[in-house]
Design a protein around this ligand. Structure first.
Ligand code: BGC
Length: 758
């Protein structure tokens, strides 16, 4: 028996191995190729380089790229400037290397390729999943027409700190909405079949928790409890994986003290073992090497650690390329570790059909017919109009009549360089429509007097930091006084003033964190002076983040938040200002009154000492001496030119058992003077449970169009999983008890009903 035992164990183990191998559905073509590959060739596939011409977001750029491709040392390239360069690179890979393995071509197509859509934070404010999906489909069609087959998007990092510039790149603060958007984008990019020439691999990023960096300072550390992670930050990544995202990019930050790029719990235990992810994992730009600065060891040590943790591809750093063979010979990694990573990269190439045709995405006939077409631009215009959020409409000044005298002022009113927004490296500012042009297009009968009015900011040092990708902040030679006087003169001879103000493009985005998120002083002065003229003032506010604007809000002005609207900026802004489209956007991240309130978001908890509902300060309660707890604009907030009334909230059951769905319905009436769309939002409060519940959490929404005076019954179904949360043991459960349901037009919704889960 004793003699037999090891044999039996070995037999069982081999069966298990076969079992695992079978469950992973190995691809014979890939397995055959792996058998032919030397260890160097395998390591080569794990290397992702950028030959320059794109955006270098770190201090290292790749060198001798051609020679490295020829030597079989490259698995893919990104940021390649043109399709002809991709063709040359692919030629080298498939004609001049021993095994002729084609390259992947990656890129950052975050909100459109050449047809630039609004920044993602803006796009999310549309709450329109079909629209968001169609922007992703168009991005895929255009990018693949230019040879790209792998997109470093969607960025699904939950962000609750508007100091962080990259809040612009995601869908805001909420896991439920963020998950829906993640699904829409992944399915938009990848379509039904990745071998279709107009689909590309999605790459969900940045895994994980990048949006929770301390103090909103880019690249900073993250420390978070598991229950918070699972309930509030991880769902969008998981939704993207469940939707079939083919790849994952790690984040720069650490999680539980281990940099994400080398975090085995994250990349293997959670991502692969718990979530069943079968695609490949790429590092962020040199994030592998950055583990040295994080304090985890030298390049060889961190590379071995990252490979063992589950990283498959190394972006730019060449840590894998330069050290893995040595680590193999020293027993620090195994050949199986390398083979597994290589297999995943090859499988992605197979999914794209690159082994059948390495030039599938390099087709000269496509760019002219697929890129920046009239139809694509129409969607960009529609997406932009749907992303705008009407924050205030003083005396219902908006929409403006088309034949009026308008002073169109402000440093962003005629600023082509600032329309596309952050992370639009493939877009071309030359194609963007300025607000001034849009006004002329949409309201040709208006008398428009333009004046810049002020600089975006007057601080030359700050301007230099912002202008890395081109002149976003241009400080005029004219004095501030002269600029202001010109704007005031324009205001005086007009019926209404439209001031386009806010942030330049690169004031948000990567490495663009701010501790002060107010409108810069120069523009504040302009706004106040315009108000003093007594003319009605409309602020068209641009930004890549929620701003703190209590001062402007208290002025008698109207405020239309337009983010950075993309290539059709001017036309879209004019469409909304002149009433061709009635705004329907709703905020997807809370707008604080001041930086001191951050973090402030809708799903905060009650605490043991909640502040009084009146917001009167009370000693020994959870409040501030100098500020209210409530934000300036809550999550989900946004006005319309019409008004909506909610009534008659109903739930189809008072009591349900586990596994049952609940139908919630409400009557929505358009009570104003315009046809319009409303985002009906459902929030849930799990009153008693084993871990402290948020006061309310978004658990359903529907965007509804109503003609004026029309009313409709809107039904939202709560699925059994909508009642679930991750408990202290990280089990996804619904606990019996009372659930309160709130329905309305923002997260302060007051209509309330309850039901009991038995
Ligand atoms: C960013 C990623 C991006 C990568 C490649 C990094 O700096 O964090 O989002 O995909 O650069 O351009």
């Amino acid at each position: 028996m004793n003699v037999l035992k090891p044999i039996l164990v070995a037999f069982v183990l081999s069966l298990t191995t076969i079992g695992i191998a079978q469950s992973k559905k190995q691809i014979p073509e890939v397995e055959a190729l792996l058998k032919k590959m030397t260890i160097d060739e395998k390591i080569g596939q794990l290397n992702l380089l950028t030959p320059g011409g794109g955006v270098a977001t770190g201090s290292v750029v790749s060198e001798n790229v051609e020679a490295k491709i020829k030597a079989g040392n490259v698995g893919g390239l990104f940021g390649v400037a043109s399709p002809s360069k991709m063709k040359i690179a692919q030629d080298i890979a498939v004609k001049q290397t021993r095994l002729q393995i084609p390259l992947l071509f990656g890129s950052d197509i975050i909100h459109g390729y050449k047809t630039t859509f609004p920044i993602p934070l803006g796009l999310s404010s549309s709450w329109d999943m079909d629209l968001i999906k169609s922007t992703a489909q168009i991005a895929a069609k255009e990018a693949t027409a230019d040879g790209i087959n792998w997109n470093f998007s969607p960025m699904v990092d939950i962000a609750r700190d508007p100091r962080w510039g990259r809040i612009a790149e995601g869908a805001g603060e909420d896991a439920y909405l963020g998950s829906a958007i993640a699904r829409a984008m992944v399915t938009g990019y990848q379509g039904d079949n990745l071998t279709d020439a107009n689909t590309m691999l999605a790459c969900v990023k940045h895994f994980a928790l990048y949006g929770a960096i301390e103090g909103g300072r880019d690249y900073n550390s993250v420390d978070m409890s598991r229950v918070k992670m699972f309930n509030q930050y991880l769902p969008p990544y998981k939704a993207a994986i469940d939707a079939g995202a083919a790849s994952v990019m790690t984040s720069f930050n650490d999680v539980d003290g281990v940099p994400a790029t080398g975090n085995k719990w994250l990349l293997t235990d959670l991502l692969r073992d718990r979530w069943g992810f079968e695609g490949f994992v790429v590092s962020d730009y040199t994030s592998l090497n950055e583990m040295i600065a994080h304090g985890l060891g030298d390049l060889q040590a961190v590379s071995a650690l990252a490979l063992k943790a589950g990283l498959d591809m190394d972006m730019v750093g060449e840590g894998f390329l330069s050290t893995l063979k040595k680590s193999l010979s020293e027993g620090k990694v195994t050949e199986a570790d390398i083979t597994n990573a290589c297999r995943r990269v090859l499988e992605a190439k197979h999914k794209l059909g690159l082994f059948d045709n390495p030039y599938r995405y390099i087709d000269n006939s496509r760019p002219a017919k697929d890129i920046l077409t009239k139809e694509n631009r129409d969607v960009a215009r529609q997406a932009a109009t749907h992303s705008f959020v009407l924050l205030k409409n003083e005396n219902n000044v908006l929409p403006l009549k088309k034949a009026t005298k308008i002073a169109l002022v402000g440093p962003l009113a005629d600023s082509r360089n600032n329309m596309l927004g952050t992370w639009a490296p493939t877009g071309d500012v030359k194609n963007a429509i300025t607000i001034l042009e849009g006004f002329k297009n949409v309201a040709p009968d208006a008398t428009i007097t333009y004046a810049k009015g002020s600089n975006i900011l007057n601080d030359a040092e700050m301007a230099k930091k912002i202008n890395v990708f081109g002149p976003r902040v241009e400080i005029s030679k004219e004095s501030s006084e002269a600029l202001l006087n010109e704007a005031l003169a324009a205001a005086k001879k007009s019926d209404v003033v439209v001031a386009v103000v806010g942030e330049a493009t690169e004031m948000s985005g990567e490495a663009a964190s701010r501790t002060d998120i107010t409108i810069p002083d120069t523009q504040k002065k302009l706004i106040k002076a315009l108000v003093e003229t007594g003319k009605p003032v409309v602020l068209v506010l641009m930004s890549g983040r929620p701003l703190a604007i209590p001062e402007e809000f208290n002025l008698p002005v109207s405020i239309l938040q337009v983010w950075h609207p993309g290539v059709e900026a001017g036309n879209a802004v004019a469409d909304v200002v002149f009433g061709n489209y009635n705004p329907s956007g709703k905020l997807t991240a809370t707008w604080p009154r001041s930086v001191g309130q951050i973090p402030v978001y809708h799903s905060m908890k009650n605490t043991g000492r909640p502040a009084p509902a009146s917001e009167e300060f009370q000693k020994f309660k959870s409040n501030y001496l100098d500020e209210k707890n409530s934000p300036l604009f809550p999550f989900g907030y946004g006005l319309s030119y019409t008004s909506f009334e909610y009534a008659d909230l109903k739930i189809n059951k008072d009591k349900i058992s586990q596994g049952e769905a609940v139908e919630v319905s409400v009557t929505l009436k358009n009570t104003g003077n315009f046809d319009g769309e409303e985002v009906v939002q459902l929030y849930l409060h799990d009153v008693v449970r084993s871990i402290t519940p948020p006061n309310r959490e978004l658990k359903g929404f529907k965007k509804v169009f109503l003609k004026k005076n029309e009313s409709k019954e809107v039904t939202i179904t709560l699925q059994p999983e909508d009642l679930k949360f991750y408990n202290s043991d990280l089990e996804f459960v619904a606990e019996p008890g009372t659930f309160e349901v709130f329905v309305g037009g923002d997260s302060n919704a007051s209509l309330k009903k309850e039901f009991i889960l038995e």
